[in-house]
Design a protein around this ligand. Sequence first.
Ligand code: KG4
Ligand code: ZN
Length: 383
Amino acid sequence: MLIAMMKPQQMDKENWSLGESWAIDASETTWTGTETAVKEQLVEEWDDETLVLGIETSCDETSAAVVRGGRDILSNVIASQTELHGEYGGIVPEVAARAHVEALTPALREALVRADATFWDLDAVAVTLGPGLIGSLLVGVAEAKAIAAVLDIPFVGVNHLEAHIYSNFLGNHDVKWPAVVLLISGGHTMLVHARGHGDYTILGGTLDDAAGEAFDKVARFLGLDYPGGPEIDRLSLLGDPEAVRFPRSMIGEPGFDVSYSGLKTSVINYVRKTESSGGTVNVADIAASFQQAVVDIEVAKTIAAVDHTMVESVFVCGGVAANSGLRTGLEQACLDRSIALHCPSIELCTDNAAMVASCGTALLRRGIYTSLDAAPDPNLPLL
Ligand code: KG4
Ligand code: ZN
């Protein structure tokens, strides 16, 4: 099978022709589906000055960023759809996809202006290929492909989960592999042994709800706004984390899996029972007690993973990494063991395009590009 690709050449900004196409023999190089292929490219060509445009539209944040050398954020524009979905109490996929269509072009323009760059300064385009909502992914992937084709620059599809890991490298030149990564977001919760770029082993993960999902569901039950994680975090500061002892499922069990459906049900049962017996529910106490249970579970499993792998660094990433209780709990546990803890800034914990650009740069440095034929994959696994 022969697949047409654009010939790599620098395009003149006055000249909008796409150049002659060339053919790749797919028997030598695989370019199908979401697979990436390794092309010959000198690693030095992707140096500290390389400018990569990142695009993230996998869920409910429309984001565009320009990152230099994989680490320095020149711009990171994030248009959140929280208010749009808030009235439904959760993400509505069709609404999200339409909002991405409206927000992406202005976000791209703003990202370039803030970075003091033009399209022609870009060396490559990185975009989230998955996992995520298919309609939302399609918007970002189509835009990224169009930009890469028109500018005749490399296109690289990025796994959203791997991109979260790279949020730890942004603005931080001291971060070093190997590490235990706690990737904790609205869609995923897992512990990963990360030995180096692309060299990962999943140690364990949630058997049911992701931690962020549990935060959002408990918050919804308590009548709090969407997204629930930040709301519970804020309320927890006013409550007593010892008020109710909710179960810490699987905390003492061997292995690195966790489960949140039992904890969520315990909170619901506790509130219903208290109310039906005429008692008053202190929402701040419930929020703080629930959050403390999540923190205890995640800190215990993360430290167990550190002991198991004997690494000296922990990276935490994903939306729930913004949680103040989790950050404090991990800080204390890592301090006690003289282990380095790397936590991205709050803005970089939740979905953003800078992490996509950083991850894309690391892939390009290893000579990994993606075919313009690649399709987004809503279920793209980390491994
Ligand atoms: O990484 P992210 O932006 O999207 C996914 O890839 O899932 O994570 C969003 C999740 C939501 O469930 C949200 O409630 C949660 O992260 N979250 C928090 C906090 N900030 C965001 N959970 C607990 N505490 C927070 N401060
Ligand atoms: Zn995410």
